[in-house]
Design a binder for this molecule. Structure first.
Ligand code: B12
Ligand code: SF4
Length: 492
């Protein structure tokens, strides 16, 4: 009986927005119950950049294969590469079942069937639905209904599945060449890995894919399990940092406190970083000392807007005062943070200035804060999606248009070019110029003449930020001339 499954994670166009890619936890997670059930699983990660080697593995193992699974999110080029792989597989064996999963298939499964090579789409957490599908395909029985699995012939798609994460087997790290995913990170350490301990999010932010994927449901590993898995990983691969890529790590205060205390009690000496909703951090206001002591070094905090009416409109569930309070907590406890903002939400006109002003207030608190300003990119199934369409946003109409979806380009007609340019200049340059990070200040201190010019230009930049006039960025050219780079951002 055939017993092999190939899981493919297509490369992500991470540059120039991210400094690196990380372990393909999506397919690693899907592989976990398969391995536990005795299947042979081969993981191919396009991020490693050896397309020929991946194809060779496919060619050599296809005869023993039950099906090929492909992961894809919206954007980042994964869909296009994933479809290239599925065409390749079908060119070798037209009968080989191809199963797509991941954030894209979760929200728009029907679109994937436009491609003739796609046979099944798994919605939501794929571990158990995929295992069930694999078992049926292996046995040759006729296909039956499986929660979370959409078949080409289905007239309706089923709901995305979210399962009890604690019941899942651990990530089967041995399937990956882990050394290829160990990264150096300026703040966290020399040997850092990513890890995901929860799925979904209980909040209802109107623009967010988690809402459309998991409908405000959240499932997490317990603190004890997270601790065990993290410490095993740290010991096995000699790590000094963990980057949690959970959509929202700080949902359950008790879980976080137990985890942090567990790191300290267990002498697990790592630095760590994670993403948060401001309210989750506010609930932990009295525990920041503990978090810091446990090694928390960086937070990614979704601030989204500096305007209260915008925050209410997008259902952020917090106030501008909450966000500033959290920023102050970070400064007080020496936790360097990135605050993300989104401008151009549908039906909102007053938020750009308010957002830039809040970002500047944050930078004034600490030059080490990073400000990351995105342009609203409508994602299917999210609460604001229909409103965006009503206001003139035209979504991709076909699979090939979806595969060209560019999250970073402005896609909404209601945001003018000049506002886009100003926001980019502010976010990528001026906010950092005015309140630079420590490493830049140190660099500047070693160049007395440049320091004088910088001081003079700062006055000009302050005036720009006051009047929101960002055109003709002479300061940027000066910086490039003197420091050999055109922005202050380090991009990590
Ligand atoms: C790490 C990460 C990245 C990494 C890339 C991943 C890597 N290996 O290097 C980087 C930082 C480069 C990245 C980039 C982007 N990302 Co990203 N990223 C994530 C993040 C934070 C974690 C992914 C992860 O490992 N999850 C853990 C695993 C276990 O969950 P999973 O991937 O969802 O997989 C489960 C299911 O989807 C399913 N499944 C997945 N694959 C498969 C395959 C098969 C065969 C089956 C059956 C099931 C299945 O089962 C899995 C296990 O339950 C997620 C958010 C999140 N927490 O998931 C966003 C996320 C995937 N990213 C997202 C986006 C939009 C992007 C960008 C396009 C834009 C942006 N703002 O970041 C960019 C692309 C760059 C570009 N040039 O455009 C969205 C996707 C939205 C959507 N509906 O498609 C997410 C969900 C964030 C969000 N909430 O909006 N990202
Ligand atoms: S808190 Fe973050 S992950 Fe949760 S719904 Fe809002 S934006 Fe999405």
């Amino acid at each position: 009986m055939k017993n092999t499954i190939i899981l493919y994670h297509p490369a992500v166009d991470f540059k120039p927005f991210y400094p690196c890619y990380w372990a393909p936890l999506s397919i690693l997670s899907v592989a976990a119950p398969l391995v536990a059930a005795g299947f042979k699983v081969l993981l191919l990660d396009g991020n490693l950049g050896d397309c020929d080697a991946d194809r060779l593995i496919v060619r050599e193992n296809l005869s023993e294969c039950i099906c090929v699974g492909v992961s894809s999110m919206i954007g980042g080029g994964q869909l296009e590469r994933g479809l290239e792989m599925s065409s390749y597989v079908k060119s070798l064996n037209g009968e080989m079942p191809i199963v797509f999963g991941g954030p894209l298939g979760t929200v728009i499964p029907e679109v994937l069937f436009e491609d003739a090579t796609v046979d099944y789409v798994v919605r939501g957490q794929g571990e158990y639905p995929f295992l069930e599908l694999v078992r049926i395909l292996q046995s040759g029985q006729s296909m039956k209904y499986i929660a979370g699995v959409v078949q080409r012939t289905d007239s309706e798609t089923c709901k995305a599945v979210i399962c009890d994460k604690e019941a899942l087997p651990s990530y089967p790290w041995h399937l990956l060449d882990v050394e290829k995913y160990v990264r150096q990170d300026r703040l966290l350490g020399k040997r850092v890995m990513s890890f995901v301990s929860s799925q979904g999010c209980p909040h209802k932010c109107g623009y967010c894919s988690e809402v459309s994927s998991y409908g405000c449901r959240w499932k997490a590993l317990t603190a004890e399990r997270t601790l065990r898995e993290v410490s095993d990983l740290v010991k096995q691969y000699n790590l000094d940092g963990i980057k949690f890529y959970d959509s929202n790590f700080f949902v359950d205060r008790n879980r976080v406190i137990k985890f942090a205390q567990g790191l300290i009690d267990g002498g697990i000496n790592i630095n760590w970083a994670a993403s948060a909703h401001p309210k989750g951090l506010q609930r932990l206001a009295g525990d920041f000392d503990l978090l810091r002591k446990s090694g928390l070094k960086r937070l990614l905090i979704g601030a989204e807007s500096g305007s209260q009416s915008s925050l209410d409109y997008i259902n952020k569930g917090c106030t501008t005062a909450d966000i500033m309070e959290v920023a102050e907590l970070c400064v007080k406890h020496g936790i360097s943070s990135t605050f993300t903002f989104i401008v151009g939400m549908p039906g909102i006109s007053d938020d750009v200035r308010a957002t830039l002003e809040m970002a500047l207030r944050m930078k004034k608190l600490s030059g080490s804060f990073e400000i990351s300003i995105h342009f609203y990119a409508p994602l299917p199934g999210t609460p604001l999606y229909e409103e965006a369409k009503r206001l003139g946003y035209t979504p991709p109409r076909s699979l090939s248009e979806w595969s060209r979806y560019n999250y970073y380009a402005v896609q909404i007609p209601w945001l003018s070019k000049s506002v886009e340019k100003s926001v980019r200049l502010f976010g990528d340059f001026y906010s950092d110029f005015l309140y630079p990070p420590a490493w830049f200040v140190a660099d500047l201190n070693s160049r007395p003449f440049a320091k004088i010019i910088y001081g003079l230009l700062s006055h000009l930049v302050r005036l720009r930020c006051k009047t929101h006039f960002y055109r003709a960025p002479i300061e940027k050219y000066w910086l490039k001339m003197v420091f050999g780079r055109n922005m202050l951002k380090r991009g990590d």
